[in-house]
Write a protein that binds this ligand. Structure first.
Ligand SMILES: Nc1ncnc2c1ncn2[C@@H]1O[C@H](COP(=O)(O)OP(=O)(O)OP(=O)(O)O)[C@@H](O)[C@H]1O
Length: 422
């Protein structure tokens, strides 16, 4: 028996123990749940207590009852581990931290480790064919690509259902969770326990029905392939892809596309850098009018081009330090557009390097930076490589003369309300 309280940087329980507060995950009526810093993943530590929480500072750690999304009587909880994500530590995160945590809190759940590149999409599809029952909570141990795949595999439904996603960043990039200040595994687990679900509000890109998708090389298919672009609502005309991070055309899409091609893959980790250098050295311009309605004016304006750079995003930093859209607010539904006219490779590089200085590039006269409702681009390019778009890393090729529309965030995804807890 004794008081349990926060003093300075420690959580104290009588004379028995002290835990650094940043390692505390939760204080329940019978235990302190914290983690031990271990390589390569933290592990759960459960310390039984029989004391009274005291003081204001301890409030944020208290877990008097389970939130609805973690209460297995009120939600169907599935943990999915994207096995190949990042450095493949998802299984250890589950074994050492998440599974013991869920067990200690008596949270019944199913566990699905991915066994192929289609496991996540299959889960997404199955959600609409299952009888509607309890609301679904999906804890996803993954990077951004898996989140994109899950959201984009949801089939249309007529009666709205809600899915709560709890994202634990085990991928290479983790741009979405980093932008939500939950970029570490333990901060995300803290968010899972104490955070409230908020709408994901993904923006979307509508491609014409005769667009194609580049499927990157895999072990079984080392050359990759190009297929017709299909989405779950393909029958209704335009192909809508929901985006969590980025949609781009021009040099950004070109270098992402090149770096994923079989030739560049052989270059290993340097491939993105080399693709960037080579694209900058080409000094080519992309042609086609960019029509946009800014939130400020709400009227359609046109930039005729030619262009070097066009990127739309809902998050501020695509990678740590690279602040491409300084005023972006993740989950807000807001969409920012960054455009540059045709510039030399050296100029593009100079301007983009300013993004590493807290997004200073937006003050340059060459950069157009706007919060937009919608951007419509009509692509006029003969060469296929100039008609490539990038959506969250996927490469889509549009026909010459096609118009691509990028629309700000929406709450409803083909009938689904997808929320993120954190
Ligand atoms: N067992 C598996 N075999 C083949 N592909 C898999 C398997 N498990 C997952 N995948 C695929 O690998 C990709 C992993 O993407 P994920 O976003 O989780 O990690 P990442 O690519 O390392 O991170 P980021 O997208 O943030 O850079 C997804 O496309 C997923 O479907």
């Amino acid at each position: 028996m004794g008081d349990i309280k926060v003093e300075g940087d420690s959580l104290l329980y009588g004379d028995s123990f002290a835990v650094p507060v940043e390692q505390v995950l939760a204080v329940t009526s019978s235990s302190v749940l914290s983690y031990a810093v271990e390589d390569p993943v933290p592990s759960l530590v459960v310390t039984p207590i029989d004391g009274t929480p005291t003081g204001e500072e301890i409030q944020k750690y208290l877990l008097p009852s389970l939130p609805s999304h973690l209460d297995s009587r009120r939600s169907h909880i599935t943990v999915v581990n994207s096995s190949t994500a990042g450095t493949q530590k998802g299984k250890q995160v589950y074994d050492k931290l998440l599974h013991p945590l869920l067990q200690t809190l008596d949270i019944a759940h199913e566990y699905i480790p991915t066994t192929s590149a289609s496991t996540i999409s299959e889960l997404g599809v199955s959600l609409s064919t299952n009888e509607p029952g309890l609301p679904r909570t999906i804890v996803l141990l993954s990077g951004d690509t898996s989140i994109h795949e899950l959201v984009n595999s949801l089939a249309p439904i007529s009666l709205t259902q809600t899915i709560t996603l709890a994202l634990i960043p085990t991928g290479t990039g983790n741009a979405l969770m980093t932008s939500l200040s939950r970029g570490t595994i333990t901060s995300a687990v803290f968010g899972l326990l104490h955070g409230n679900p908020r709408p994901l509000n993904p923006f979307y890109v509508a491609f014409p029905s005769d667009s194609k998708e580049v499927i990157p090389p895999t072990v079984n298919n080392p050359d990759g392939k190009i297929v017709a672009l299909e989405t779950p609502d393909s029958s209704s005309g335009a192909r809508k892809i929901f985006a969590l991070v980025v949609a781009s055309w021009a040099i950004h899409a070109a270098l992402v596309g090149d770096s994923d091609s079989p030739e560049y893959r052989k270059l290993g980790n340097d491939r993105f850098k080399i693709a960037a250098q080579e694209n900058l050295a080409r000094n080519v311009a992309w042609h086609g009018p960019v029509r946009y309605s800014s939130v400020q004016s709400r009227e359609e304006e046109v930039v005729e081009g030619p262009h070097s750079y066009l990127l739309m995003t809902s998050i501020s930093s695509l990678e740590p330090g690279f602040m491409i859209a300084p005023t972006a607010e993740p989950l807000s539904g807001k969409l920012e557009m960054v455009q540059m006219p045709f510039l030399s490779g050296d100029e593009i590089m100079r301007v983009l390097m300013l993004a590493y200085q807290n997004g200073k590039h937006v003050q340059e006269k060459e950069v157009m930076y706007k919060e937009v409702e919608e951007v419509r681009v009509t692509v006029h390019e003969e060469e296929e490589r100039m008609r490539r778009w990038c959506v969250d890393g996927r490469i889509i090729i549009v026909p010459n003369g096609a118009t691509v529309a990028v629309h700000k965030g929406v709450e409803n995804i083909r009938g689904w309300n997808v929320e993120v807890v954190g």
